[in-house]
Design a protein around this ligand. Structure first.
Ligand SMILES: Cc1cc2nc3c(=O)[nH]c(=O)nc-3n(C[C@H](O)[C@H](O)[C@H](O)COP(=O)(O)OP(=O)(O)OC[C@H]3O[C@@H](n4cnc5c(N)ncnc54)[C@H](O)[C@@H]3O)c2cc1C
Length: 446
């Protein structure tokens, strides 16, 4: 996704853009090996949808034609963030919900329409090629499936003025750069040990409810179970169950899967599943740590090489931010090129860090509420603890205040910055609570 969005932006600035992918693209929307996360719920946040629709006019209509439904997140969904249910709220926060496969396929179709973009499938990048001085990436080394005259796998060198690594969580850039004497980046890892189990269901024909989607997340310390029903194209639901702190949902037994759903904070998912027919195996996924490779902090960096998307900074997927960050990063890339006319790689890497920073704080801040989360000791400092206490109070405010619920949800969907957690409606509610707690304590003492 990051590769396609970056490619679309580069098409406005470069004569020729090549997107290199090791998989063969499916002819119809479908799974492929390189995106093992595709079976799982892929929420596109409101901010991400806005950006994608700007970048690809006609995308929404194409998804609608492919029967992707819409969800109004204020009135047509049950949202239980942090274990506390949001009341319904008047909202224009409507997104089109679909599988990752469908979204990716339609984005790819639109990217392919750019005459200066070429997509090279079944080509695996094997490394970087550096200029003799070791200061500039001259191109990439690619294996495109050919066998050389000597019977060995032949790699080709493709030259480029700019190279961007968007190869995802398993990016080899640290190793490739070390081969040329560069330092590996320092990494920040915040691992909440969240595990996913996902199954697709046919939406029951006679299904009637006052919701179209349900998203429940756990509440520390007692309820580490997450769950969601996400409506997608062709009258299907993607149902994801997840557990934090190593409480992994089962992937090998249908009854046990339902048993896990039964233990969620809200019974609606379990009740709905009992009426629905599963149409897929149960898919698991456990590699969910937040990981930031700090390329933006390295002292030495080649002049024309960038790392973007999950290859740079990857988030606990439970908060549905990854694809939106891909879009935000693509916008930052475009802005950089418009401002500077060419790439200043160390500076652009810093711009990309800024585009990820708020999301990183939201995702890791939430994960650090769990004692089972592993992170560097400095991650859980005084400010983070204070923020946890504050957000806990905010949750009590939004529980009974639909305007506060809307503001909170807009922050989660990245259409308001996290600083809006101090919006007068939220801050006022928190202060009121603190005051009434104090008065309550004083009265008790008296
Ligand atoms: C379980 C799970 C659930 C998620 N849920 C959501 C969600 O609800 N909402 C959301 O926004 N995000 C979600 N994400 C995150 C989202 O999938 C990613 O953030 C998003 O796809 C952007 O990633 P990317 O494009 O940078 O990398 P990827 O999506 O990993 O893509 C990398 C691509 O590079 C290719 N590649 C890798 N190595 C090579 C090589 N050497 N040569 C050539 N090609 C190569 C791969 O085949 C792949 O196509 C989820 C992630 C996971 C794991």
């Amino acid at each position: 996704m990051t590769g396609m969005l970056a490619g679309r932006m580069l098409a406005d600035h470069y004569e020729k853009v090549t997107i290199v992918e090791r998989d063969q693209f499916p002819v119809e929307p479908g799974f492929r090996k390189g995106v093992p996360q595709a079976p799982h719920i892929h929420v596109l946040l409101v901010r991400g949808q806005q950006l994608l629709n700007e970048l690809f006019p006609g995308l929404d209509a194409a998804l609608a034609e492919a029967s992707a439904p819409t969800v109004n997140w204020g009135t047509e969904s049950i949202n239980v963030p942090g274990g506390i249910r949001l009341p319904c709220f008047e909202s224009e926060m409507i997104t089109r919900t679909c599988s990752r496969n469908l979204l990716e396929w339609h984005v790819r179709r639109r990217v392919a329409e750019f005459t200066n973009i070429t997509m090279r499938e079944k080509c695996r990048v094997e490394g970087l090629v550096m200029d003799p001085a070791g200061e500039r990436v001259a191109g990439i080394r690619v294996y495109s499936g050919d066998v050389g005259d000597d019977g060995k796998m032949a790699t080709e060198i493709w030259e480029a003025d700019l190279v961007i690594d968007t190869s995802g969580r398993h990016s080899q850039t640290p190793k490739w750069m070390q081969e040329y004497g560069y330092d590996a980046p320092q990494e920040t890892i915040v691992n909440s040990f969240l595990g996913y189990a996902t199954q697709w269901y046919k939406t029951p024909e006679d299904f009637e409810a006052d919701w179209k989607a349900i998203l429940i997340s756990g509440r520390p310390p007692d309820n580490p179970r997450y769950g969601g029903i996400y409506p997608i194209e062709n009258n299907q639901w993607i149902v994801t169950l997840a557990g934090i702190g190593g409480i992994y949902p089962p992937t090998d037994d249908q009854e046990a899967f339902l048993g896990f759903a039964r233990q969620l904070a809200n019974p609606l998912i379990y009740q709905a599943l009992n009426r629905a027919e599963p149409i897929s195996p149960i898919h698991g996924f456990r590699n969910t740590a937040n990981r930031w490779r700090h390329y933006e902090k390295l002292d030495r960096w080649p002049t024309n090489f960038i790392v973007m998307g999950d290859a740079f900074c990857t988030f606990n997927p439970a908060y549905g931010q990854g694809m939106t960050v891909s879009a935000l990063s693509a916008v930052a890339l475009d802005h950089h090129l418009r401002t500077h006319r060419s790439v200043d790689a160390p500076r652009l890497q810093k711009d990309l860090a800024r585009a990820s920073k708020n999301v990183w704080r939201l995702a890791t801040g939430e994960d650090l509420r769990w004692e089972t989360t592993e992170a560097d000791a400095s991650a859980l400092g005084f400010t983070t603890r204070l923020a946890h206490r504050y957000v806990e109070k905010v949750r009590l405010v939004y529980q009974s205040n639909s305007n506060a619920a809307r503001i909170f949800f807009e922050i989660a969907h990245l259409i308001r910055p996290p600083a809006q957690l101090f919006h007068p409606t939220l801050l006022g509610g928190v202060l009121k609570q603190v005051l009434s707690d104090l008065i309550g304590r004083k009265t008790e003492q008296a």
